[in-house]
Ligand binder design. Sequence first.
Ligand code: T46
Length: 141
Amino acid sequence: MISSQSGTVREISLPQIRDARGDLTFVEGMEHIPFSIARVYYLYNVPAEAERGGHAHKELEQVIFALSGSFRIKVSDGIDTQEYWLRDPAKGLYINRLIWREMDAFSEGAVCMVLASHRYDEQDYYRDYEEFLDVVRSKQA
Ligand code: T46
């Protein structure tokens, strides 16, 4: 099982204020999210058969939300793998650095919003799984 005690991967619940007009959820940096938010991006118009992710990050921490619809995200620390279904806009998945992630099964109209600790940097990616495994094994040795 991927460590949740160390915060490697864990679910984050945001406040949800409900009244007759609908629901309101808010995010405050450092309060609900364990890092200062440097970037927000979102995925939408994702075809049902699309697979996204397929990489890990060297430094980046992220929290991933399904603002609408649902999708599956598989995470791995190189040893253990876990699967999550995101479908509640008030519940996100925190993913620390050095976690491989793959996303698929996007529902019609799904919107994935990501809060990220750093600005976009292609040099921060491990896009080759064998290279990722070499790195995590060398850290465990
Ligand atoms: C992740 C999952 C959930 C940018 O120019 N700026 C950005 O902020 C991002 C995220 C991407 N890009 C460019 C880089 C590629 O040319 O957009 C293109 C598609 O990116 P990528 O193939 O990395 O997209 P996903 O959906 O596979 O992965 C993204 C994030 O990259 C990744 O960190 O965890 O969403």
